[in-house]
Design a protein around this ligand. Structure first.
Ligand code: FAD
Length: 411
């Protein structure tokens, strides 16, 4: 049996690894750039960076084993060994709050009594699944939602949170925390370099550089316009051309400072600026350097306004950090965040049914049209490899049942 994998990001590399483990000997990966996708590690003056904060985490032993087979884990840069992102609700760095929201945050609000009253009304057993907005309000109350969540999501998704499906929120487990615990005690860290993972997972597969495409009915697959065939085709490409995504322009800037310039490795700004978050790679990876490498993450649809983003980052560095930018560059990617409106999710279901009647197996973030983490990519690949009989049976119902399980647990 031979397999063709479209896209060599975390999902494609994981698929190569799991298929080989399941006995598929001839595997080809068609990749337009380089293995690793969003989580390919680059370097600036010894500081590693990826496309945004790429923390690895998992609570599943078999997935952890895969990470550890190829990677050395560098623990997070905090005393308790956990990552602690921060959030600035006023646009300054004077008094950053915890993210996810903690009891300490509530006490810092102008009207804590109101937030506490609303928290008393919360019934975690009975979330309101009407929309993303109603779901979050049902878990943390309106005041906390409006202070920390509403505007961030407007910036990120460009549509009112009331129009987003609750599916997106369900996997973010947003509740009031006693203490900051972004990854809820899960095994977490950063290797300092993810590339041995991508190369290790893909070892033994033939990697061809090219632009892959799948026809709308999943019946034809091509690489650089040439039709290709395989017994098994795993696609990490978008499930359909008409599903909506948010594009992301990440602007990297370098400033000189011996002291930390940001309060955390990742600081979000729900209520100010066009960027959603500033990432500090030197802090995340505990690199000893007099340079700080930061990134500003700008979600966009329609037109990427790079010049405007540069001006805003410059303003922030000059006025908030009191630093001049020494160097800057962008890494812009289209179709990064799958939008979870009800309309899109209905299309996803219809597309999965179509894919079930073909040889194509969609996995990964774009393949199942859901935001997912690296460990979710590994899990999806495992699900496919352990259900090869079903996905190759020619029985659409059996294959569809497997495809649906890919979306059951999204981190
Ligand atoms: C800003 C940001 C921060 C994140 N932080 C974390 C985190 O902290 N922890 C975590 O676990 N996850 C994180 N993630 C999620 C993680 O990046 C994804 O789970 C992972 O990248 C998804 O892998 P993928 O293979 O599905 O997609 P991608 O990483 O996008 O890889 C897709 C690959 O396919 C290739 N490709 C696309 N189209 C074609 C084509 N037509 N032909 C050929 N090749 C093609 C691309 O070049 C790319 O290599 C983050 C994501 C983002 C965007």
């Amino acid at each position: 049996m031979n397999a063709l994998i479209l896209g060599g990001g975390p999902a494609g590399c994981a698929a190569a690894y799991e298929l080989r483990a399941a006995g598929v000997v001839e595997i080809t990966i068609a990749e337009r750039e380089a293995l690793g996708g969003c989580a390919r590690t680059q370097r600036y003056e010894g500081i590693p960076y990826e496309f945004g904060p790429q923390v690895m985490y998992t609570d599943e032993e078999p997935l952890r084993e895969v990470f550890e087979r190829f990677l050395r884990q560098t623990p997070p840069p905090t005393d308790d060994g956990e990552y602690h992102p921060k959030v600035s609700i006023d646009g300054t760095l004077d008094d950053p709050h915890d993210f996810p929201i903690t009891v300490a945050n509530v006490l810092k609000l102008p009207d804590p009594a109101r937030a506490i009253y609303e928290l008393y009304q919360v019934n975690l057993e009975k979330p309101d699944y009407t929309s993303f907005e109603s779901y979050i309000i049902s878990r943390i109350g309106r005041t906390l939602y409006e202070t920390y969540v509403r505007n961030y999501n407007l910036k990120q998704w460009k549509i009112p949170p009331s129009e987003m499906d609750a599916e997106w929120a369900r996997f973010r487990t947003l509740t009031l925390r006693e203490r900051p615990d972004m990854f809820r005690g899960r095994w977490q860290g950063h290797p300092g370099d993810y590339n041995p993972l991508w190369e290790g997972l893909a070892a033994g597969a033939r990697v061809v550089r090219g632009e892959a495409a799948v026809s709308a009915d999943f019946q034809r697959v091509s690489v650089d316009g040439d039709p290709v065939e395989a017994d098994l085709i795993v696609s990490t490409l978008p499930l359909s051309a008409d599903l909506e995504f948010i594009n992301t322009c990440i602007l990297y800037v370098v400033v000189r400072s011996e002291a930390e310039v940001m309060p955390s490795y990742a600081t979000s700004f729900p209520n100010h600026y066009g960027f959603v978050r500033v990432m500090d790679y030197r802090q995340q990876y505990r690199v000893d350097s007099e340079l700080a490498l930061l990134d500003f993450e700008f979600p966009w649809v329609g037109v990427c306004e790079e010049q405007k983003y540069r001006e805003e980052a410059e303003w922030f560095c000059r006025n908030v950090l009191r630093r001049e930018i020494l160097e800057s560059w962008v890494w812009n990617k289209e179709r990064v965040y799958p939008v979870a409106t009800r309309k899109n999710l209905a299309r996803v279901e219809a597309q999965l049914e179509r894919a079930a009647a073909s040889r194509v197996i969609p996995i990964g973030r774009a393949g199942v049209h859901a935001y997912c983490s690296k460990d979710t990519c590994l899990r999806m690949a495992k699900i496919v490899a352990s259900n090869l009989d079903a996905v190759r049976s020619g029985d659409p119902a059996r294959k569809l049942a497997v495809l649906r399980t890919l979306r059951e647990k999204l981190n």
